[in-house]
Design a protein around this ligand. Sequence first.
Ligand SMILES: Cc1cc2nc3c(=O)[nH]c(=O)nc-3n(C[C@H](O)[C@H](O)[C@H](O)COP(=O)(O)OP(=O)(O)OC[C@H]3O[C@@H](n4cnc5c(N)ncnc54)[C@H](O)[C@@H]3O)c2cc1C
Length: 438
Amino acid sequence: MTGTSGALAEPTLAQLTTMRVGGPAERVITADSRESLVLHALDLWRLDDPWLLLGGGSNTIVSDEGFPGTVLLARNTGIELVSEARSDGRVRLRVQAGHHWDHLVAFTVERGWAGLEALSGIPGLAGAAPMQNIGAYGAELADVLHSIEFLDADTHEVVRLGAAELELSYRSSVLKQGREGVVLSIDVVLDADAGGLSSPVRYGQLAERLGAQLGDRVPLRELRDTVLALRRSKAMVLDEADHDSWSAGSFFTNPIVTESFARTLPTDAPRYVVDEGETPPTVIALEDLQRGAALPQPRKASPRTVKLSAAWLIEHSGITRGFRLPGSGAAISSKHTLAITNRGGASAADVAELARFVVQRVQQEFGVILVPEPRVYGLEIRPEAHGRISSAAGEHLYSQQSKLRECAQCGRAGAAACVVYCEPRACRAQNRPIALRQ
Ligand SMILES: Cc1cc2nc3c(=O)[nH]c(=O)nc-3n(C[C@H](O)[C@H](O)[C@H](O)COP(=O)(O)OP(=O)(O)OC[C@H]3O[C@@H](n4cnc5c(N)ncnc54)[C@H](O)[C@@H]3O)c2cc1C
């Protein structure tokens, strides 16, 4: 594969991301072959200048000031068959980092290879897919990922990392947790022996739309078309004409909290067990016991954890579809509560302000702090800057539940009104702390 590379004339981050906000970068370099991607990355690291790697920009939001360094665009494309179907009926494909994700899915569905069909329509490029272990409709990259070819920013070496080394989990991986480098290509293993049928359907809404049962297999093409139709109905496929899709997809991940915390939420709040937790067994040798050895302290059990629905929490904190702060160019999607969208003239500051507002509302109503899913540069969305956190657990922090019912200073009733008109715990009208009536 050969390719050219070159500098573009000052494109803004708004032009390079699907949220369409963000100022200019100092420099933008396009790498359209694997080799140029390696060379440009190594050059940037030697210069020790700030760098930002971008695929399709569908999970990245940059501030209005722009990026003070070089943006490197991964544009190396191509799909290669690494191994043909053998007795196990599996094929292994190598996909270059700059390959359009949904073109890859379409390619595999056309050939009757099962495994990627439920991930149809996710924007972006293949190299970013392991970053947050992309997932939708009961499937995730982890189901099919074999390995990645990775240029390590620490060692400057190219290594092959097996899927297990990436610690893929719900919208996360070691790459998202801070292992820096460039994914040059990804290898996926698909089922070529499925007779043109999909992997088992694992998502209720999808099964319902297909008229199938959970666990059924349906024709690959039908599954892809149904997923694309469902996604379109929520503006979750990119569409130039639809402002609801000018977004970064879901803006918040579904919080994972301990079961005991989840019990403090209203009974109708959706919750799904993600980890049963365990009490590790304590093994004591019989001879030791007979010799009168002291019993060891019982080890701490890990708690059962449950996943909450971020969309439900947002809706039930009083933020409805289409919600917009006064004078802002950003709004909640009119089709999906989890997406923050650009209505046309939004700034990155508008997006961040709305995101902070949502985080505050949910925290004050339910004590849960939502965590943004996209990568955010130069903007403050972290809840720590905007609320008091009284406890933390795992990846998701949450405060003790606090229900605001009425502002005692300005007298506005209802939690939503109180936050709109008063700073949290401080009445804007009177500029002093408020006593909140529960
Ligand atoms: C309308 C819409 C719907 C969406 N629906 C879903 C969904 O259903 N499920 C889902 O999981 N996501 C969804 N997303 C989020 C997004 O599409 C995915 O996260 C996608 O994988 C991002 O790809 P990208 O190339 O655009 O990444 P970018 O935004 O360009 O990059 C994202 C991050 O990955 C890093 N990165 C990019 N390329 C590489 C590389 N080659 N090597 C190392 N790091 C790299 C970047 O530095 C950045 O930190 C949606 C987004 C939109 C706009």
